[in-house]
Design a protein around this ligand. Structure first.
Ligand code: HEM
Length: 459
């Protein structure tokens, strides 16, 4: 989250601003809903190719305006929430996080709640998280033996579940409530379905299970909070940060709010990190030249001493480039949404109250005008002399502006740690499964099964 700079919104004055160009085709009322559902990325790409940096199509009876290109992204990300609202766009998440929490709160209150996470993301905490992630990774591979195979999506899903629950929720959840937490979290996730866009509280079984799970999670968090308060135990985790946090008027977060913020952090950080770790390994295995560079960097540092600490991991530049490039080619959040709450003019185009407004990291990162040989996996593009990610609002895997991802440094450090531990101990090889993207779900990852074989490295 960065401080908002000058916004380029102006109120809509009749006759001056143009209507955004409209994508050809589409049916009356439902517009482009069918092609959007069938091939979302294809439709977004077509909108950019046909209409340029600002283009419009119709979805479920409403206009969706897509902004593409660094200047267009900036113009969108700079809008105040009162004009382009993430809360209204993501309201299907409100029953999951809870009323009055994150997207369920007024913008000013949400901003205060987000600020409360900062102490959990400072360097001293990052040191602890690094050790935790390295330990969890070493534990999970402890019985791997000399050789074997994994299915990458399920393996990294499980591993990042352990690391996220340790770092965010704390040791009590990780050690004592792990199994029940997995069940509850599963029901919460399964409660995020397209019906939520129509009404997030429809009386359907998925929503009933979601609400039961949210209530049970609230009880579990309250139990732990109460125990910590009584025992005086202080964790090095997000839970402790939220227990200590205060609003500007001095009031504390309620247990309901603590639960919601923890769920929000888990939702924001778990799948996104898990699929990015999987893509990083897959892309390295598909590109032996970059794999060799990364492996050499890691082994030069950790062959003699497996001291995976914050400072040494931060210095792994080649590994960081590999992670960033996996994130550019495969941004897990491929569309970022806002809902227009007022008529306004952005970059000379009309945006009307009730319109959806979007940027797509996926379309943005395939733009040859911004990234050289954009479809190629090339971690060198971030190195000296090129630094293609430095152009403001070009690289948007973590969004931008006031709602930019707060967990980006944590995510990259976590993924680097996992990759470093694995490549230091083992050599890997892709199996014969086709490597494709799984377009089901809100977070895009590799389509399972993708098997990877491992062999303990020779001394
Ligand atoms: C590779 C991993 C991750 C990716 C790709 C990612 C991506 C994003 C993106 C694109 C946004 C902006 C959404 C929008 O503008 O609509 C965002 C917001 C956010 N992310 Fe992440 N994220 C990742 C990991 C994490 C982690 C690990 C955490 C926390 C521990 C986290 C916490 C957040 C929060 C709290 C926000 C909301 C910020 C706000 O609205 O002010 N993220 N993330």
């Amino acid at each position: 989250m960065t401080a908002p700079a000058q916004s380029t919104t102006t109120p809509l004055s009749a006759g001056r601003a143009k209507k955004p160009p409209k994508l050809k085709g589409g049916f009356p009322i439902i517009g482009h809903t069918m092609p959007f559902v069938k091939d979302t990325i294809g439709l977004l790409q077509k909108t950019y190719d046909e209409c340029g940096s600002v283009g419009r199509f119709k979805l479920f009876g409403k206009d969706m305006i897509l902004f593409t290109g660094p200047e267009a992204h900036e113009a969108l990300f700079r809008q105040p929430d009162e004009v382009l609202s993430p809360n209204a766009a993501y309201k299907m998440m409100v029953p999951v996080f809870g009323e009055g929490v994150a997207y369920g709160a007024e913008p000013a209150k949400m901003a205060e709640q987000m600020h409360m996470l900062y102490p959990a993301l400072r360097n001293n905490r990052m040191r602890t998280y690094t050790e935790t992630v390295a330990r969890e990774t070493l534990d999970i591979i402890a019985d791997w033996g000399d050789e074997g195979q994994i299915e990458v999506s399920s393996f990294f899903g499980m591993l990042t579940n352990f690391t996220s629950s340790s770092c965010l929720l704390g040791t009590e959840f990780r050690n004592e409530m792990s199994e029940e937490f997995s069940k509850v979290y599963y029901d919460l996730e399964r409660g995020i379905v397209a019906w939520g866009y129509i009404h997030p509280y429809l009386p359907i079984p998925a929503f009933r299970r979601r609400d039961r799970a949210r209530a049970r999670l609230g009880e579990m968090v309250s139990e732990i909070v109460e125990k910590r308060r009584r025992s005086g135990y202080r964790g090095e985790d997000f839970l402790q940060t939220l227990m200590d946090a205060e609003y500007s008027d001095g009031s504390k977060l309620s247990d309901h709010e603590i639960t919601g913020m923890l769920v929000a952090a888990m939702f924001a950080g778990h799948h996104t990190s898990s699929v990015t770790t999987a893509w990083t390994l897959i892309e390295l295995l598909r590109h032996p030249r970059f794999l060799e560079e990364v492996r050499t960097e890691i082994r030069a540092r950790y062959s003699d001493s497996e001291d995976y600490n914050f400072h040494s991991l931060r210095d792994l530049e080649k590994t960081e480039g590999a992670v960033k490039e996996a994130l550019r080619i495969h941004p897990p959040l491929f569309i970022l949404l806002r809902a227009a709450l007022q008529d306004c003019e952005i970059l000379g185009y009309q945006v009307k109250k009730g319109n959806w407004v979007a940027v797509s990291p996926m379309v943005a990162h395939r733009d040859e005008r911004v990234f050289q040989d954009a479809l190629a996996y090339d971690p060198h593009r971030y190195g000296p002399g090129r630094e293609e990610d430095k152009r403001p609002f070009a690289y948007i895997s973590f969004g931008g502006g006031r709602h930019k991802c707060m967990g980006n440094a944590f995510a990259i450090l976590q993924i680097k740690t996992i990759i470093a531990v694995l490549l230091n101990r083992y050599d890997f090889e892709l199996g014969d499964d086709p490597v494709e993207t799984d377009f089901q779900g809100l977070v895009l990852g590799p389509k399972p099964p993708i098997t990877v074989r491992y062999k303990r490295r020779r001394a």
